[in-house]
Ligand binder design. Structure first.
Ligand code: SAM
Length: 287
């Protein structure tokens, strides 16, 4: 627990919070500042310019948030939002917390479709809606259908679309392609569940334990959903349409081999800032 006697201003509160978070976070001071600034509805810079005193109610809430964070609850769930592609998205426990590597998927899609007017796009597993919403902003008049099996996730995705003043995306509750009837797309894009639960270290497990299982885990060493999407997508792609997928750090060779077997061409991938291959894309052309 944070020592009561020391708590009389923001700095001492932040210091106590930082100490408690140092066992779980690489940036404990930053996280403590963000949590307190969230409760006070100010920017963290104020802690460095003003002498801020804290009332008992805020102090109690802060302590409770620090406790939750130290138990592994992600920052995004505590403050209800996360930045992605320099935009703020509403986030809660029913959706995956957006990861920076997912921006690679969007970069791939922009590179392929930057000169394309009105591409027809299907996003599988939209979660908080980040991928579809960013594509709607970045591409030229795309016609996007975004599906998810989780109704709660779709509710958050729709709230995010509204927040960013986007009304064009069609959000559908669907088990992958189950509700997509006789439609063909220029692009199918997905960040599907691909984590192999059995391979996680204790630390990795703690860092993701609060996120929905359905967003994370897939059978067969994490490859089941990737395999299904790779094999099924050609039925839903136009001639010359593209599939772009995010995958796990060790699933690149598997995805390349599955895409080759399924008949895709122009297969390529891209790496994250740690030089790890995280996305794969390929084109499907009819014989
Ligand atoms: C890794 S999360 C990606 C969420 C979001 N697109 C992102 O990149 O942050 C995978 C998403 O796929 C959804 N999902 C899992 N199984 C599904 C299925 N069978 N059909 C449709 N969506 C599914 C989950 O609910 C989750 O929202």
């Amino acid at each position: 627990m944070i020592e009561e006697s020391a708590l009389n201003n923001a700095e001492s509160l932040i210091q106590s919070g930082t100490k408690k978070l140092s066992s779980i976070s690489n940036v404990p001071r930053l996280e403590a500042e963000v949590l307190l600034s969230y409760l006070l509805d100010i920017t963290p810079i104020k802690f460095h310019t003003d002498n801020i005193c804290i009332n008992q109610k805020v102090m109690d809430k802060f302590k409770s948030m620090i406790d939750s964070r130290s138990e592994g609850i992600p920052m995004a769930y505590l403050i209800g939002k996360k930045e992605f592609w320099s935009m703020d998205f509403i986030i809660n426990e029913s959706v995956l917390v957006p990861r920076p590597e997912t921006e690679l998927l969007i970069e791939n899609a922009i590179e392929i479709f930057k000169n394309f007017e009105s591409p027809k796009i299907l996003e599988l597993g939209t979660g908080s809606g980040i991928i579809s919403i960013v594509l709607q902003k970045e591409l030229s008049n795309p016609r996007i259908t975004a599906v998810d099996i989780s109704k709660e996730a779709l509710r958050i995705a729709k709230m995010n679309a509204q927040k960013h003043k986007i009304s064009e995306i069609q959000f559908i509750s669907s088990d992958w392609f189950s509700e997509i009837m006789h439609e063909e797309f220029d692009l199918i894009i997905s960040n599907p569940p691909y984590v192999d639960r059995s391979k996680l270290s204790k630390e990795e497990l703690i860092s993701i334990v609060m996120e929905p299982d359905i967003a994370l885990y897939s059978e067969n060493d994490g490859t089941s959903d990737l395999e299904f999407i790779i094999k099924k997508s050609p039925q839903y792609l136009k001639n010359g349409g593209w599939l772009i997928l995010e995958h796990g750090y060790d699933q690149s060779s598997y995805c390349i081999s599955e895409m080759k077997k399924a008949g895709y061409s122009k297969i390529n991938n891209s790496k994250d800032i740690q030089n790890i291959t995280r996305t794969i894309f390929g084109m499907f052309a009819y014989e």
